[in-house]
Design a protein around this ligand. Structure first.
Ligand code: NAD
Length: 327
């Protein structure tokens, strides 16, 4: 029986990957034993995963804890590394926490992978490492020019990964994906924040003039791509994963107003975020050519299903918002 360790598996994307693994949704990993290592920060939620499952071991702990890693890693066939501080806004005020979790945490994990002889790892990064692009799209060869402490910590983590591949020959591939959306995303992020506020009859805060553009990727498409990289990606290579659905924040807001049945009076303009990247756009031709990836979830359908999920799972997000004391 194969064994896989997933860091950050109680978060938004990691939990989707783990739920799909446990449902035998990834060919070659059917029946695999899954160890989730998650610190359960404010962003992690044990309820994102089955309370009990015969093939799931849930460990509450920190990727920076070397002793814990030394205990958990031996015998694993692969590691998929999602754990990170992930919210750009928080990184503006708490850069140190981001460097510690994202850079030191990744280095400790790599050290433990090396010592334990784990044969395969996928490191989950972000398109934000490229900075901002006014026109065209980034290929994997573009320089890394991160603009926020979050993006800088993710770029730095990638450099540490690269050094372990080059120096020690570790079998690690890195993915850089665009903005994800889907169920179980923490309501601090744009789509769930706006959706849940609108469902609750509250206002939504739109940064600046709303012209910042992002490319949206359904979490299920993202996780399918990660599985392709896990099994077929080349060591040391980086793979962009895109959704191909570019929308300005204003356009996204309009979609969400329509899907929740709210009107424009709910939109409150707020001062722009410091260092707010204007546009992200990635060229994911490499993973399409090499691994046969293509996104399957049509954007309009995926967004409508996502809003429907938040509508039907108010208990989940009300609990998370209550815990965060945030509206
Ligand atoms: P998330 O914030 O929802 O989840 C992160 C998880 O990591 C949480 O469960 C948290 O408890 C855990 N964690 C944080 N620090 C930890 C530590 N020191 N030790 C162990 N666990 C820790 O994030 P997400 O949106 O699921 O993102 C997952 C990964 O994907 C991150 O690496 C992020 O940078 C990357 N990413 C996300 C997006 C997106 O749109 N959400 C886009 C690009 C890249």
């Amino acid at each position: 029986m194969r064994r896989i360790l997933v860091t950050g598996g109680a978060g938004f994307i990691g939990s989707h990957f783990v739920r799909t693994l446990l449902a035998d949704g990834y060919q070659g990993w059917e029946g695999a034993r899954v160890t989730v290592l998650d610190k359960l920060t404010y962003a992690g939620n044990r309820e994102n995963l089955p309370a009990a499952h015969p093939r799931l071991e849930f460990v509450t702990g920190d990727i920076c804890d070397e002793n814990l890693l030394a205990r958990l890693l031996p015998g694993q066939d692969a590691v998929v590394h999602f754990a990170a501080e992930s919210h750009v806004d928080r990184s503006l005020a708490a850069a140190g926490e981001f460097v510690h979790a994202n850079v030191v945490g990744t280095q400790r994990l790599l050290d433990a992978v090396l010592r334990s002889g784990v044969g395969r790892m996928v490191h989950i990064s972000t398109d934000e490492v490229y900075g901002s692009i006014t026109e065209g799209s980034w290929t994997e060869e573009w320089p890394l020019l991160p603009n926020t402490p979050y993006a800088a910590s993710k770029a730095a983590a990638e450099m540490v990964v690269r050094s372990f591949v080059r120096t020690h020959g570790l079998n690690v591939s890195t993915t850089r994906c665009s903005n994800n959306y889907g169920p179980y995303q923490h309501p601090e992020k744009l789509i769930p924040l706006f959706t849940t506020n609108l469902l609750d009859g509250l206002e939504v805060p739109l940064y600046g003039d709303g012209s910042n553009a992002r490319e949206w990727l359904h979490v299920d498409d993202h996780c399918r791509a990660i599985h392709l990289v896990l099994d077929g990606g080349r060591p040391g290579e980086v793979y962009n994963i895109g959704g191909g659905n570019e929308r300005t924040n204003l356009e996204m807001t309009e979609h969400l107003l329509r899907l929740t049945g709210a009107d424009r009076s709910k939109v409150r303009r707020v001062a722009d975020r410091k260092g707010h990247d204007l546009r992200y756009s990635i060229d994911d031709g490499k993973i399409r050519r090499e691994l046969g990836y293509r996104p399957l979830v049509p954007f309009e359908q995926g967004l409508a299903d996502t809003v429907a999920w938040y509508r039907e799972n108010a208990q989940w997000w009300k609990g998370v918002k209550h815990a965060a004391g945030k509206r």
